[in-house]
Each structure stands twice: as structure tokens, then as C-alpha cells.
Design a protein around this ligand. Sequence first.
Ligand code: ADP
Length: 450
Amino acid sequence: MTDGGRKSLAGRAFALFFAVSLAISALVGVAVTTASFLAYERDAEDRLLAQAQACASALEGQPDGEAMAVELAKTPFVETRATLVAADGTVLYDSYADPTSMENHSERVEVVRARDSGQACVMRRSETLGEDSLYAAALVRDGVVVRLAETRVSLASFLGGMAVPLVAAMAAAFLLSLLASRLITRAIVKPLHGIDLARPLDNDAYDELQPLLKRVDAQRAQLEKSVDLRREFTANVSHEMKTPLQVIGGYAELMEGGLVVQEDVPHFSGIIRRESESMRCLIDDVLVLSRLEEDGGEAERVPLAGTCQRVVERLRPAAEAKGVSLLADLSDDAAVSGNPAIAEQMAYNLVDNAIKYSPEGGTVSVSIASSGNVVTLSIADEGPGVPDELKERVFERFFRADPSRSRETGGTGLGLAIVKHAAESMGGNVRVEDVPGGGAVFMVSLPVIK
Ligand code: ADP
């Protein structure tokens, strides 16, 4: 009962219950049959012994062995062999054979025992008849013993006699097992069919299923959350694109309509160029973020100092243009595991922000320090710092503490979200703290690899 290689619970449960109940029925059947066969044999022994004793009492009044033999010969027996044995073992009478041709019976077990204790019942093979027989012997008097014998009923013929009820019982057991197994299987499987996966925790199926249902619920909640986040993100991206597009469209329309005097054309073209630049930045950031969300990029060994060195060189012109001194202490040679491009983007965003938010003539310091298995990249500036209540929120997508200023500096509001994602994709985290005397220090802590 498999479906594409899968196992069916109902099929397995049914087969198991059915096999077990059939086995139990068979065992009970064998036990009952054995017990009734034993009881039947005991019954036969008791009956034959009582009969032998009745014979002995009837013969007791006769004067001698001869007279006893004559008397015994008169008794009508059906399928029972009667034998009279004299005190010296001579057979005086036998209803099945000629006594003169029979050997001395004084050593027959039942005869010896009957002489000893008055009566005896034995099961053994008859030498005269050549088959298993049940013997019951009783002492008449003066050592004369009367013995009755019956052919033993074999188990096979006993079973033969019980054939009809036996077959009926087996058929009933088979049908009952079938029915019971089907009912039990159905009862077990039913709660499973009733599970509502849309609300996994509202089910009262089985305790054993709770861990699975909890996992399904957690996954569902996570899926819903990421769908919501994606929807919100898409809405934000579209909104962010609208502003530069409106500006570009607006100025292009003015120039197209000849409403701009020639001297102003360079100014308006500059605005259009800057706005399209900021749209390009936004698109770049969105692409980086979605790549990070997908897989975080191929992980490899990234020496942090080299990464920061490149970032500092790339941003030195921007710092110099703003009169900001860019200091770097990159003596620590710790390496981390991650995607080199993403690691560089992370450091770039932090140093870029630090320069952007620094006052003219300020200082930005980039440093790396490892301790134990953790390396921390710190970027400190002398800017306005981040108020305590925003220290978590600045890492949200499109969050800007001061939207007008961020726009002015060409920010997309995605820079720190990328930093946070990148740090997490490398197994680390990022936080921002205050610099004594004013300024912010962004610290990325990452696990070191050897
Ligand atoms: P943006 O592109 O607007 O800079 P970010 O995600 O990089 O977006 O930063 C989010 C917000 O965090 C910024 O708008 C700013 O308010 C704050 N911020 C980032 N870096 C600094 C910094 N070095 N000093 C003070 N505030 C900062």
C-alpha cells in the first residue's frame, strides 16, 4: 500500500492489526482445542475406570475365576475389550482374542497396579491389538483382575470430529479480525484527515503530532511575515522611485516646453543627473539586498583589513572633498567567512555614512580589533550621533532619522539595512553606540576563521 514509494499509515496499521489479531485467534484456537482434547481424554479415563469397577463389583460374588469368566462373557460391551486375568497372570477370558493363545498378563502395568492399589488406568500400546489403547483395571478379589480397554482416540480423529465447529470458529475469527482491524485503522486515521493546516495549533489530533504541527505553524507565520515584509518593501521601493522620477519628469517637461532660459539649462540638467544618480543607487541597493536575502552570496575567506583598506582608498577623495580626515588602524589580520563583495559593501556603507554625517573638518576612524573568536570592525565619527530611541530603528529598511537631510546627501535609507543583513549573513551582528564627546560608532562583530 504505497503511493509513489511513500508508506501508507492506514495500510500498515491495518496489516499489523490484522496479522496480530489472526495470530491471537490462532493461538487461542490451539489452546482451546488442546484443553478440550485433554479434558476429553481425562473424561474417557474416568468413564472406563468406573466401568471396570462396576464389572469388578458384579463379578465379586462368583465362586471362582471360571465362573467370573462365564459371567463376564455375558456382559454386552460395545467397542470395549474386556479381559479377565487370574492371580497367576493367566488370561481367563478376553472378548477380542482367544485366551489360550495369549501370553501371561501378570507383568502388564495396569494389572500389577490394580493388584497393588485396587484400580489403575494406563495409556499404552496394546501388544495383542497393535494400537494405542487406554486400559482400566480393577481388582475383583484374590488377585483376579478385570480389565477394560478402548482404542485411544487420536488427536487427528478428535479434530476430525470437531471439524465443523472448528472451521466455523476460524472463519468467524478471520471475519472478526478483518472487521476489527478495519474499524481500529479507521479510528486511528480519522483525526489525521481532520487536521486543518491553515490553523495547525487548533487541532486536537494526537499529542505525538504536536511538535510537527508547531513547526508547520511557525513556518506558516514566518511565511506570512516575509510576504508582508516583501509587500511593504515593494511599496517603499516604488514610493522611493517616484520622487526622483517626478523631479526628472518635471524639469524635462519644462525644458521641452522651452520654459527654461538657456543659462539655466546646465543647472536643471545637473538636477536631472543627480536624481537619476540617486535612482541608480536605490536600484543598486535593492539588488544587493535581494541577493543577500536569497543566499548571502558564495562564502569564502575574507581578510577584513584588506577589505577596509580598499574601502578607505575608494572613499578618501569624498572625505578630502569634505575636509574630513580618514584614519585607519588596520593592523589586525583577522579573517572572516563571507562573500567578499558583500563584506566590502558593508564596510563601504558604514564609512560612507560616517563621512556624510561628519561635520567639516571632522575625523572618521576605521579600526579592527579581534579578541578570542570575535573580530570587531568599528567606524567612529564626530557627527550628531544616533539618539538612543533610534539605535535599533536606523537598521530598518528606508528608515531615515532626518529624511530631508538624508535625501540631500543622496542616501537611499537602505545602507544600514544592507549592513545589518550582511553582518548576519556572516554569522555576526551590528550595533551603534555613542562616542564620548559626540559622534556615533558603528561596530560590526563577526566570528573569526583561522
Ligand atoms: P541613508 O541612506 O539615509 O544614510 P542608512 O540606512 O545608511 O540610510 O541610514 C539610516 C539612518 O541612520 C540615516 O538616515 C541616519 O539618520 C542614521 N545614520 C546612519 N549613519 C549615521 C551616522 N554615522 N551618524 C548619525 N546618524 C547616522
